[in-house]
Design a protein around this ligand. Structure first.
Ligand code: SF4
Length: 439
């Protein structure tokens, strides 16, 4: 089982995964795909803000540290320009989900956030907007800012916590006492933002199973609607700042597995329902409801109830998903800004989905969301004997069960879910070493 836990596999927030995007899909293709969206198509927006005041050592996001406000000001202007570009080809579409991610989106400040929302409102139809979510750093919150967020219509906020132990927080370069997180949650609630998510992590430097359990219990005591429990992905060859984390301070695969299990058990004892690979929700939450009814989806932000026809990603590195395929903006802020300033989309790579990609993508998404898939239902005429054979090591360990062509990941197998999905990934063998470990 430990050998399985150490295998390198993608997180499957998309299929095909981003290493398989190519420059063949760029701005012209993106514009064509957008303009082909039917008038009645629903749309989601993801807005990426790639700036933070400091870099946390564990961070795996596309972001950079910035001290001055001028780059942030310029970036906010480019976002507004990009909204106008989007509006020129897909205006008045109904927006159903809006998500601010980063980085630290709140670094934009109240006025710039409001200006961007005003422009979105001028370009799109917001009458059906169900969810307006933002990722927040509890260290950068205030009562007034919580009210400002409510004022622009935010109705869900994710607080990044990771772990409450001071030892661990020092080791990851991000010290934020429990009181700071509790204050952020209460200010958000007082402002009317009731839907609060908390992000936790296991596998962090100096973290123990006791830390993971205590952090889960403290997080649950704040009564968020949802929690996420991510495994720290140590990929210093991709994220240079992670080189500052000593390998010797990292828990091994057995410890990671224990931490994941104990934190998950703590959250479930506190009344949360386990969802997919790494999410937890109150039983009455819409994510839990979607999981119960087979309507859970997985996208670049993780598990979601978002069922829009298309997702447009705004900002550097943001990925869009259209019926035809995926397309990603330039990751570097300068390249992104140059393209937008020149009046072009900043799309630099992507992939056109083939029928085979769609089929495998569907199987992988259902496994990641439902922990089960019936191959007879999704593709009765296809022979998946090689893939079923690839699941045998998981079956031998009791992590996967199959009955005919119905495949189910067991409760014990939940932490290994990415491995079950990987059996259906036709692109994986060539790129296996580039991903983080499975558990
Ligand atoms: S973890 Fe969040 S706050 Fe820290 S560097 Fe990454 S994006 Fe910024």
């Amino acid at each position: 089982m430990l050998a399985l836990a150490e295998r390198n596999v993608p997180r499957y927030t998309s299929y095909p995964t981003t290493p398989h995007f190519s420059a063949a899909v760029g701005e012209a293709v993106y514009a064509e795909w957008l303009s082909a969206l039917p008038e009645a198509a629903t749309l989601s927006l993801y807005i990426h803000v790639p700036y933070c005041t400091h870099l946390c050592l564990f961070c795996g996001c596309h972001t950079k540290a910035v001290r001055q406000t001028s780059p942030i000001e310029r970036y906010a202007e480019r976002l507004i320009d990009e909204i106008m570009l989007l509006g020129a080809v897909a205006s008045r579409r109904k927006l159903v989900h809006l998500h601010w991610g980063g980085g630290t989106p709140s670094i934009l400040g109240e006025k710039r956030l409001a200006a961007i929302i005003d422009r979105i409102g001028a370009v799109f139809d917001l009458s059906a907007l169900r969810e307006h979510a933002i990722e927040l750093d509890p260290r950068r919150m205030s009562k007034q800012f919580a009210r400002a967020l409510a004022g622009i219509g935010v109705n869900r906020a994710s607080l990044g916590v990771q772990d409450f132990s001071l030892e661990v927080q020092k080791a990851i370069g991000r010290v934020q006492p429990y009181g700071q997180v509790a204050d952020a949650a209460s200010w958000l609630r007082a402002a009317g933002i009731e839907n609060i998510n908390i992000d936790l992590m296991y596998g962090l430097p100096r973290q123990t199973a006791a830390d993971a359990a205590r952090s889960a219990a403290l997080a649950a005591s704040l009564s968020p609607q949802r929690l996420a429990l991510f495994g720290y992905a140590h990929v210093p060859w991709l994220k240079r700042h992670q080189q500052l984390i000593a390998e010797a301070s990292l828990p091994g695969p057995l410890q990671r597995l224990e931490q994941a299990e104990i934190a998950s058990g703590t959250l479930q004892l506190a009344g949360y329902v386990a969802i997919g690979l790494d999410h937890f929700a109150r039983p009455d939450d819409s994510l839990a409801e979607a999981a119960r009814t087979g309507r859970l989806r997985r996208n670049f932000q993780g598990y979601t109830t978002d069922d829009a026809d298309a997702l447009a990603g705004l900002g550097a590195s943001a990925i869009s998903k259209l019926p035809q395929g995926f397309v990603q903006n330039a990751v570097d802020i300068a390249g992104y800004s140059r393209a937008i300033e020149a009046g072009r989309f900043a799309s630099v790579r992507g992939i056109v989905l083939s029928p085979e990609d769609r089929l495998r993508g569907h199987i992988i998404e259902r496994l990641m969301c439902d922990l089960a898939v019936d191959l007879n239902e999704v593709a009765s005429e296809r022979d998946f004997s090689t893939e079923i054979e690839a699941l045998r090591p998981l079956q031998d360990q009791g992590l996967v069960e199959s009955e005919g062509r119905h495949i189910a990941v067991t409760e014990r197998g939940r932490p290994f879910l990415r491995l079950a999905a990987a059996a259906f990934d036709a692109y994986l063998p060539a790129n296996q070493a580039r991903h983080s470990i499975a558990v």
